[in-house]
Write a protein that binds this ligand. Structure first.
Ligand SMILES: O=C(O)CCC(=O)C(=O)O
Ligand SMILES: [Fe+2]
Length: 292
């Protein structure tokens, strides 16, 4: 995808940028297949244990997890990137198309930040979690990242619609500094009384294959999932190698270095090992500047 100065100036003015069709089937297919495999394996296990009445093998990717979760909610546990640690997912983190987009904004020495997720958002009546509340990603980092720019890349792997809980942003909010965040039942949130009253939220429905970029100070949230299917998306973060990550007890990976290509940390096995070690040894670490 060729980015131009007008993309950059839109991003600088608004704090976000939506790029349709940045990725295709070859990029998303392996990740979907990997998660289909993980879910199929769990379905078989749960069925063998008598916890689900059916493996729901005939259901599409956007629905199978939901049917299983209706009977065995534990099926949704540990699906996140660093817990499931699939190789296709790891390859996705260093997908050259994503790194090319990131390079345009963060330069050529690109760290893949450990604050990264794949989210399988269930329809709201079925979900134990409220939709992601209004927040800034700077707010979920340690304050040592405050002076720096970090790029969030939000990637739907199924179409994200107004109905199934697409992302929404407050354009211009990235120029207003850090807002106060408070914990509520939805998570760490900028409560309505602390939000800028002069800005209007903009919902960003986007087809699978598109990507949304935003700034670490952009206020954003997710709409509720009012559909009958699962909203699957990635949110990944990239920044320059010399910046802190905001979660120093988790591993960061130099995914691209034009200056020192030999220093790149793009090996699947060591990615797995470093995450295993970090998850095992960081229990109880303070993840947020605002304690719960
Ligand atoms: O996908 C969501 O529900 C929230 C995403 C988000 O907060 C982020 O990408 O930083
Ligand atoms: Fe966020």
């Amino acid at each position: 995808m060729r980015l131009t100065e007008s993309h950059v100036s839109f991003f600088q003015d608004n704090g976000y940028l939506l790029l349709e069709d940045a990725l295709d089937e070859n990029d998303l297919g392996p990740v979907i297949a990997e998660y289909e495999g993980i879910i199929a394996e769990r379905a078989e296990e749960l069925h063998a244990e008598g916890k689900v009445s059916d493996t729901y093998a005939d259901k599409p990717f956007t629905e199978r997890l939901l049917h299983l979760a209706n009977e065995a909610p534990e099926v949704t546990a540990n699906l996140d990137i660093m817990r499931a640690r699939g190789e296709a997912t790891f390859n996705f983190l260093k997908n050259p198309k994503i790194l090319d987009i990131a390079e345009f904004f963060v330069g050529s020495e690109i760290i893949c930040n450990p604050i990264q997720h794949i989210r399988a958002v269930l329809p709201k009546e079925k979900s134990k979690r409220a939709p992601t509340p209004w927040h800034q990603d700077a707010g979920v980092c340690w304050p040592d990242t405050d002076p720096y720019f970090m790029l969030t890349v939000w990637i739907p792997i199924v179409d994200a619609t107004l109905e199934n809980g697409c992302l929404q942003v407050m354009p211009g909010s990235h120029k207003m500094g850090l807002f106060r965040h408070d914990w509520n039942e939805a998570g760490l949130a900028v409560l309505p009384e602390n939000q800028p009253s002069n800005l209007t939220p903009k919902a960003l429905p986007i087809r699978a294959g598109g990507v949304i970029l935003f700034h670490n100070y952009t206020l954003h949230s997710a709409k509720p999932n009012e559909s009958e299917s699962v909203r699957w998306s990635f949110d990944l973060r990239y920044h320059d190698v010399y910046q802190p990550t905001g979660r120093p007890f988790y591993p960061a990976f130099l995914m691209r270095s034009r200056l020192r290509p030999e220093a790149e940390q793009t090996e699947y096995k060591s990615w797995c090992q470093r995450w295993e070690f970090a998850l095992e040894n960081s229990k109880g670490a303070q993840a947020y500047r605002w304690p719960r």
